[in-house]
Every structure is written in structure tokens, then in C-alpha cells.
Ligand binder design. Sequence first.
Ligand SMILES: NC(=O)c1ccc[n+]([C@@H]2O[C@H](COP(=O)([O-])OP(=O)(O)OC[C@H]3O[C@@H](n4cnc5c(N)ncnc54)[C@H](OP(=O)(O)O)[C@@H]3O)[C@@H](O)[C@H]2O)c1
Length: 308
Amino acid sequence: MQTGTSLGWIGAGRMGYAMAERLAKGGCDIAVWNRTREKALPLEKSGAKVVNQLEELSTKDILFVMVSTYDDVREVLGKALASGAKRGKPKMVVECSSISLEGSAELRQMLKGKGIEYLAAPVSGNAKVIKAGKLTFVVSGPKPAYEKAKPYLDMMGAGSSYVGEGELARIAKICHNVMLGVVIQNLCEITVLAQKAGMPRHAFLDFLNKSVMGSMFTRYKTPALVNLDFHVTFTPKLLRKDLDLGLDAGREFEVPMPLTSLTRDLLQQMIGHGMTEEDFSTLLLMQAKASGIELKPENVPVSDGLSS
Ligand SMILES: NC(=O)c1ccc[n+]([C@@H]2O[C@H](COP(=O)([O-])OP(=O)(O)OC[C@H]3O[C@@H](n4cnc5c(N)ncnc54)[C@H](OP(=O)(O)O)[C@@H]3O)[C@@H](O)[C@H]2O)c1
């Protein structure tokens, strides 16, 4: 890792906070801005500096962005890089939010015009996954820029995969989150089926998690499905955004995506019922309702496969 590299961080939400915290704890020179400043303040305990103005990040060597949608990315970067801010410009922007191909390409064009290197670097994992050191990145853009950013990406988790030039990382991330949506819906269907047939959810999921079909994902969703702990990791609306991005990409590249379409509609039904504030795995409750049963927490200690 290059010493003396200054890092700027925009966005201390569920993901951004945990990611910036790892860099701060790792000893990086990092300054953080969040729209709601109070949410970022505890990062100072880990060694980060929390700034008041976005413009204060404009001279950092590498500027990371982790907000919600492309509109938000455009808004924050627009302010951070405002030409009126005569402070200078970052050498590189690493954009980690889950945004569209088109948004990412527009951003690349804008940054190119300003002579700033740009990496598209969306992630896989939730805040708990980050804490467990298992976050992963998929990255695209110029290879030399990737080599410079790689040590910092490595510090935030289990490493990164470089997939090529341009916006290819966006497509990889969209594919990944389409799988997230389809898999959680299916996991909810089979968990409710198993329960309605007579077995406890924890017993069924114990079997599934030990089998070849078990995964880090099925394991870390198990506490939610067994004990109905729907503390939000990822909101239904953010998942809907990603399924929509997947369907848009399917249309663009003329790839039929029937499972994605169906899952998007099931998620929309849940959002239509006002179930927007808890975790996306509340799809389990929708599935139970559609199956004529009411679920109760099993109150059984189950591992999420992440905590040591
Ligand atoms: N959660 C997950 O499991 C997960 C996993 C992989 C990828 N992602 C992606 O990561 C991104 C962040 O997700 P998250 O779960 O961390 O979301 P979140 O907790 O809702 O945080 C969103 C962050 O963006 C900021 N923000 C939103 N709109 C803004 C605007 N117009 N101006 C300035 N700041 C703005 C928020 O600031 P405030 O604090 O002021 O609201 C907050 O810091 C999303 O693109 C999501 O799809 C999430």
C-alpha cells in the first residue's frame, strides 16, 4: 500500500459506514462526509476525520462513493467536484454504490472530462458481512487505476475481482443481485413448504445449510428465517431497484429473464402492502400469508455462519 495516500469517503449509510470503518481501523488517512453528519461521527473513534462540507474531499487522492442511487451519486459528486471549489481534484474516484450501466458510463465521461481516473467497484455483502471481513468487490475500469486502488479494496474485505474495462462491473453486480432476489424468494418458498409439511424451519435450514445447496448467503439469512429477525440489512426498495436494473439489462441485451420478472412482481406486491422498512427477507411473511399460515419466531439459537 502506498503510504501518504489520502482517502475521501462519501456516504456513511449501513454499507458505507462499515467500509470506511475498516479503512480507518486499518490506519488509513481517511476523511468522511455523510449527508446526515451525526451518523458518521462515531467513525472518529476509529481514526477517521468527519468533514462538514463535501468540497473538503475534493483534493483527496482516492475518493470513494457509497450512497444509494445514481441520482444521489451525481448529486454528491457534482457538489464535491464543483468547479467553483478551486481546491483541486481527486486523482481517482471509486464508485461502490449499485448503479446502472448508463449512470456509470455518464459518470466515467464526466470524470474523464475533468482528468480524473474512475473505477466502477460495486460490492457483494451486507454490513455484517463487512464486519466479518468477507465483503467482495467486482471492479472495472483502467487496470493501472485498479492496481492503485486494490490495497484499499483488500483492506475492506475478502478481495476484489477485476472484470475488464468500462462498466462491466455494473453488469456483474446487477447479475449478482438478480440472483440475490431470486434465491431469497425461492428460499422463502421452500422454507414455508417445509414448515407447512410439518418440520421446524430451523431443522430444515440446518439440513439445507450443510448440504451442497447451502451457501454463505443461506447461512446468514437463517436467523431471519428461523427467528423472524427482520432487522434491515437491505431494503425491499433497494432490491427492487436492482431487479429493475437486471430487467433493463435483459431488454438491452435481448436476454429473457422470466424468473427475475416474477420475483420483481412478488417483491412489488410486498412493497404495495407497505412492507418497506424491514429487511427484504420479509418475503418469507408474504409467502406464509399466501400459503395460509402465520409464522411465529422459533426462538432457537442458530448460527449466521459469520460470527466467530
Ligand atoms: N445493504 C446491503 O446489503 C447492500 C449490499 C450491497 C450493495 N448495496 C448498495 O450499496 C448502496 C448503499 O446501500 P446501504 O444499504 O448502505 O444504504 P443506506 O443505509 O440507505 O445508506 C445510503 C447512504 O447514501 C446517502 N445518501 C442517499 N441519498 C443521498 C443524497 N441524495 N445525498 C447525499 N447522501 C445521500 C445516505 O445519507 P443519509 O445517512 O444522510 O441518509 C447514506 O449515507 C446502495 O446502492 C445499495 O444498493 C447494499
